[in-house]
Write a protein that binds this ligand. Structure first.
Ligand code: CA
Ligand code: CA
Ligand code: CA
Ligand code: CA
Length: 319
């Protein structure tokens, strides 16, 4: 009871703080510049938090734990004990984005966090060069978050892929997968950081029909293995590089074989896929995840649903 109440309180108070922040609607977040990655993250959170705050506060204090779990359910993945990949839109390029959500009661520093869309990401931790296996050369990436970035408790960050994001959504993402900062709403939105020359390209994007995304942490020391934080693959079919399996790599536990993995649905243009389930069916011990989960075992076809009205930076509008 009391840990739950604490979580609820922490969550609610972070929401309150964020709600005082900015107007969020027109995407002021990008204008704050590179130094404000974390405040920009909380800025974008405020868009969502008015919704989730109201749903949390409609429940009375006496049902604090119910209120936490119902707002969790709407947020998608809110009961996970780590950051989650919460929403993905693919195609057209201008509208592509990835949303990451922090369902925990504490801010998470992103200094050791990485994002990639290719199965060869594991080579980073053994000092290997970036040589993605892909049928679409030049479009995959391996990136690190800029130093000092963080996601507040209960918060969201959005990563865009194309300068057209602003026109598409009337807002700015928190970061871009791009070679350099991108101008948005008169400010500069920081780019994610390439782990080596060429591991981010302005042409980097997400394949529409089949692809993977992995959020992971790594100490930067090749003596250490990396740890998956969350993993999503979409599409029924798979090809080289679009599904991850580290089973054969020294130092790792077996992942779920690629042909046994459950792909999330493929969103049609203009729609996204949203996390509406809490890591359905995921194995929670003995895996390569940051909390011991096997992130490649999640039933993504159940956890993710197609959303006709995408909600970048805001609580998912799950049915
Ligand atoms: Ca790609
Ligand atoms: Ca997990
Ligand atoms: Ca997962
Ligand atoms: Ca969302």
């Amino acid at each position: 009871m009391s840990p739950r109440s604490f979580l609820t309180l922490a969550f609610a108070s972070s929401l309150t703080l964020a709600a005082c922040g900015d107007d969020s609607g027109a995407g002021g977040s990008g204008g704050e510049g590179a130094a404000s990655a974390s405040s920009s993250a909380s800025g974008s959170k405020s868009a969502s938090t008015s919704t989730s705050t109201s749903s949390a506060s409609t429940s009375s204090t006496s049902s604090a734990s119910t209120s936490a779990s119902s707002s969790s359910g709407m947020g998608g993945g809110a009961e996970a004990d780590h950051l989650v990949i919460n929403e993905i839109q693919v195609g057209g390029n201008e509208a592509e984005f990835v949303e990451i959500h922090n369902p925990t009661a504490a801010a998470v520093a992103l200094d050791d966090y990485y994002l990639s869309d290719n199965s060869t990401y594991v080579d980073l931790a053994s000092g290997g060069a970036w040589m993605p296996i892909t049928n679409n050369p030049g479009t995959d990436f391996l990136a690190q978050f800029p130093p000092g970035s963080s996601i507040p408790a209960g918060g969201y960050i959005v990563i865009g892929f194309d300068p057209g994001y602003e026109t598409e959504f009337g807002a700015c993402p928190d970061f871009f997968v791009a070679e350099a900062a991108v101008t948005c709403n008169g400010g500069a939105v920081p780019a994610l950081v390439a782990t080596e020359p060429g591991s981010i390209d302005d042409a980097s994007n997400l394949s529409n029909m089949r692809e993977m995304l992995v959020l992971f942490t790594w100490s930067g020391d090749t003596q250490d293995v990396l740890q998956d934080v969350d993993y999503v693959t979409w599409g029924d079919m798979f090809e080289a590089g679009s599904r991850a399996d580290k089973s054969a790599v020294s130092g790792y536990q077996p992942d779920t074989p690629v042909d046994m993995q459950s792909g999330a649905p493929v969103p049609a243009p203009g729609t996204s896929i949203e996390r509406c389930g809490v890591e359905a069916g995921e194995t929670t011990t003995g895996g390569n995840g940051i909390t011991g989960h096997d992130e490649t075992s999640e039933d993504l076809a159940t956890s993710f649903v197609v959303q006709a009205a995408p909600t970048p930076g805001a609580v998912n509008g799950c049915p």
